[in-house]
Design a protein around this ligand. Sequence first.
Ligand SMILES: [Zn+2]
Length: 285
Amino acid sequence: MLKGSERLDIHARIRRAAQSGALSHAIIFSGPGDRVEAARCAAAAMECTAGQDAPCGRCEACRKVFANIHPDVITVHDADHKIMAVELLRAIRSDVYIRPNEGRRKVYLFDDCAQLDERCQNLLLKTVEEGPPYAAFLFCAANSAALLPTLRSRCVEWKLAPAAEEGPEEDDSRARELCSVLSGKQAAAIVEFLTGMEHSKPSREELGRVLEQSRALCAQALLEHYGRGAPPDKQEITGKLRENLTKSQLMRTIEVLQTYRQECDWNVGVGHVLGALAAELEGIL
Ligand SMILES: [Zn+2]
């Protein structure tokens, strides 16, 4: 989720662009902010039926786009491969000529351009340039330099500011759940929890955030072993960790969480990270 001022800012920018008819049919969302939500906002602006105030966020089209269930806003992601399968891109090249189901536009949202190597991008070039007028292409790329100049030149780039600093409103409920499961020290429960996380299909950033928050809670619990109290709102979970895990178990858990949090900065599959993490944690506890 985009937070606070950044969220307002990107929504306002997209709304202004949509109102002035300046929302390009091919956009790269780059930078450290929440690129996928920004892209979804642009897709909503393209499908919104409210007219004036697109994306209104209230009409059926907007609601479907934000819930990721709009039939004409297609998230293009290959969960089975690191690099997107060529067949998938070929399928898009013909699918683009099938008119939208219910929306005004047909929007292809590439949620992670790290999946697109040179060959993939070359396959897309012509479609992006010469596709039907109702087609739109939204690319989410941590760094737009990873995209070919030929593709970049056909797109408008929107650079997103970093997500807001951790504030008091930061939601760490997932991390607390994970720590609670860890303090139970039951291998089956840990595997079940991590499998459940995998099924909820978090982005790499989301997973990285949960691992970082969990690492921080474990570090806090370790400090408690040495007599330093945790902040009141974290005492319940850090106390549980401290009571059930030894210092050395906590230290190794912290190391493992740190390692896999860093992995999330790279182009690794979320499923791979969660599977490897489960095996490592089982070994410690
Ligand atoms: Zn709307």
